[in-house]
Ligand binder design. Sequence first.
Ligand SMILES: [Mg+2]
Length: 320
Amino acid sequence: MAMGEFELIRRYFQQDGGAFGVVRGVGDDCALLSVPEGQQLAVSMDTLVGGVHFPPNADPELIAERALRVNLSDLAAMGAEPLWFTLGLTLPSADEAWVKSFARGLLRVAADYNIALVGGDTTRGPLAITLQVHGSVAPGRALLRGNASVGDWVFVTGTVGDGAAALAVIKKQLEVGKSAFNYFMNSYYRPEPRIAFGQALQGVANAAIDISDGLVADLGHICEESVLGARIDLGKLPLSEPVRKLVSLDKGVQWALSGGDDYELCFTVPQARIGELERLIEQKRLQATHIGEITRGSGVTCFYKGREVPLKRQGYQHFE
Ligand SMILES: [Mg+2]
């Protein structure tokens, strides 16, 4: 295939309108960007491989949505404001219809979250998408994993377990009706990066992470980095109605604990700032559920009705 075809593809990725701080975007040797004065740059990169991280025959518009939303979730977890991103696209062939649809999904999410595509590269090979996102955050205000303190309350935004449920539905391991199918397709391909929530948590939360690998694994990262432990009450986990209707409570909890792909925020708040957090919740600037506490020790321990529920590695045992 001629490289000219790849050049043609690049046209689909052109955005209209000037984005913040872009002195020069796509079209020169480098993008030239002005970092907002007095701010730090938060940078994160993720690669999604066809057949590994998404079904390769999925609608390219949805693949693009998921790729950018998942990357934006990392900016949310730092409390950062999205600014710019770059794209590395590896395609088996220069399939113009595919690219046109992919670009439509990508640029729609970019517009929704006010992030500008400022550069990238296209090559031929097995389908893979690499995105690097850049955001800004004021010095000392970023939400880090390592700042949790003993006695902090642990919260999660939204609901947990939908990502794993969605994967089971997409893999056709479970059959669902049309409205549940749409709900789970939406949670898998269009997870909502909690950008505004992350920013609202600056100065309130001690530590935060986004849930990509599962609550136990990701809260476990906060514990490791903070050199502390955590306990969670399984009875408090916010499961969605569609998950509750689809499977037993036990299976729903298992998905919430170890399923991953939820892209909600898990964060810790010192008791002295719980009042501030409650005000944010009342003002609807945040939606979150209290699920546990940070403790001395290490690792995540689960309780149900006051009794400890053993967790083996990432796994989970029946709790009733
Ligand atoms: Mg993350």
